[in-house]
Write a protein that binds this ligand. Structure first.
Ligand SMILES: Nc1ncnc2c1ncn2[C@@H]1O[C@H](COP(=O)(O)OP(=O)(O)OP(=O)(O)O)[C@@H](O)[C@H]1O
Length: 317
C-alpha cells in the first residue's frame, strides 16, 4: 500500500545550510496493517508523516526518494492531484485538535465541507452523513456536537471530531500523529479503542505516531523506531518488544515507567543533538553503552533477521 524508499528531507537554515531531518528512510506498509512509528521528541516522526502527503513547512525540502501509495508516486504529484489524495485516500489526525479545526466554523460544517468537496454532495446530504458519523463514533448528542464551535467542546470530544474528519471519506490509510498526547489516560484509552474499531471496520491501514511505546503496543502489529531522522530498527512489534536489538530500542524499553514501586527508572543518558551536530557514523553512538570503534566512523547498514526484524547497528554485523 505504502512504500517509502531512500527518502531524504532537509531544512534550509538561516545561514543557507541544509540540515538533514530525514535520512534515507525506507519503510513499507501493507493494506490494513497498523504500524507504530516511535522515537524521542524531535527525531523526525511528524516530518516523515507530513512528507507522505507533501504538507511540509516551506523551509523543508524533499531532496531524494520515492513515496509510492497504492501505485501512485506521490513525490511527482502536483498540488491539484494531492488534493484528491489528502483527506480522501489518506486521512490525517493531527496532534493538536485545536490547530486542525477552524475556530470560527461549527465542527459539523467543517466535516460536511470535506464531504461536499470530495463526493459532490449537497449540504443536506453531507449534514446527514456527518450526524451519522458522529453517532458511530460514540457521540450521544450528534446534533449538539454538529452545531458546536471547537472551543465549546472538551479535549476528548475535539479529538473525536478530528478523528471523524480524518475518516469521513473512508481513507485507505489513516495517519495518526500522537492523537492522544493532550488527553488524560481514560480518554486516551477510549480514543485508542475507537481508532482500533474504525481501522477494523473500514479495513484501513493506520500509521500511528507516538513517543510512548506502551501506548502503541496494544494497537499495532509492526514497529519502526526512529532516531535522529533515521529508522534504526523495524519489524514485527511483538518480536521487537520480546527481543529489542538496537541499544536505543533497548534503552527506550528500559526507560518505560512501570507501576512497580521499587523499580528505578533508567533513562537513556544524554539528549538528542541538534540537526546541525549529527554525530559521524552511527548517530546514536555518543549515547550508546555498547559502542564499538567503528560506530563513530561509519553509518551501520541495515541488518535483517529472519524477515521479522531489521536493525541498523554494527553490533550485529
Ligand atoms: N518549520 C521548521 N523549521 C525548522 N526546523 C524544524 C521545523 N519543523 C521541525 N523542525 C525540526 O525538525 C526535526 C524533526 O521535527 P519533528 O516535528 O518531525 O519531530 P517529532 O519526532 O515529530 O517530535 P515530537 O514528538 O516532539 O512531535 C526537529 O529537530 C525540529 O526542530
Amino acid at each position: 500500500m505504502l512504500e517509502i524508499s531512500g527518502l531524504n528531507v532537509s531544512f534550509l537554515n538561516q545561514g543557507g545550510k541544509n540540515l538533514p531531518v530525514l535520512r534515507d528512510i525506507t519503510l513499507k506498509m501493507q493494506k490494513e496493517e497498523s504500524l507504530a512509528l516511535i522515537g524521542e521528541s524531535g527525531c523526525g516522526k511528524t516530518i516523515l508523516a507530513l512528507s507522505i502527503v507533501k504538507l511540509l513547512p516551506p523551509e523543508a525540502k524533499i531532496c531524494q526518494g520515492k513515496i509510492s501509495f497504492l501505485g501512485q508516486n506521490l513525490i511527482n504529484y502536483k498540488e491539484k492531484q494531492l488534493l484528491q489524495i489528502r483527506g480522501k485516500q489518506i486521512g490525517f489526525i493531527f496532534q493538536d485538535p485545536m490547530t486542525a479545526l477552524n475556530p470560527v466554523f461549527k465542527v459539523g460544517e467543517q466535516i460536511g465541507e470535506t464531504l461536499c468537496y470530495h463526493f459532490k454532495l449537497s449540504k443536506l446530504q453531507a449534514k446527514n452523513k456527518v450526524l451519522n458519523l458522529f453517532e458511530k463514533i460514540g457521540f450521544n448528542e450528534p446534533k449538539r456536537i454538529y452545531n458546536s464551535y471547537p472551543h465549546e467542546l472538551s479535549g476528548g470530544m475535539r479529538q473525536r471530531v478530528v478523528i471523524a474528519l480524518a475518516i469521513c471519506c473512508n481513507p485507505k490509510l489513516i495517519i495518526a500523529d500522537e492523537p492522544t498526547t493532550a488527553l488524560d489516560v481514560t480518554i486516551q484509552a477510549q480514543i485508542l479503542d475507537l481508532l482500533s474499531k474504525i481501522k477494523n471496520k473500514q479495513k484501513s491501514a493506520i500509521l500511528f505516531i507516538s513517543h510512548d511505546l506502551s501506548l502503541v503496543s496494544n494497537v499495532c502489529q509492526s514497529l519502526c523506531v526512529m532516531y535522529l531522522g533515521q529508522i534504526i530498527e523495524q519489524g514485527n512489534l511483538e518480536v521487537i518488544l520480546d527481543n529489542p536489538l538496537h541499544p536505543y530500542t533497548q534503552g527506550l524499553l528500559e526507560a518505560l515507567p512501570l507501576l512497580e514501586k521499587d523499580k528505578e527508572l533508567s533513562p537513556i543518558p544524554g539528549t538528542i543533538p541538534p540537526l546541525s551536530k549529527i554525530p559521524k557514523g552511527c548517530a546514536f553512538h555518543p549515547r550508546c553503552k555498547h559502542k564499538l570503534a567503528i560506530c563513530g566512523k561509519k553509518n551501520p547498514p541495515d541488518i535483517k533477521f529472519n524477515n521479522l526484524q531489521k536493525v541498523k547497528c554494527w553490533l550485529y554485523r
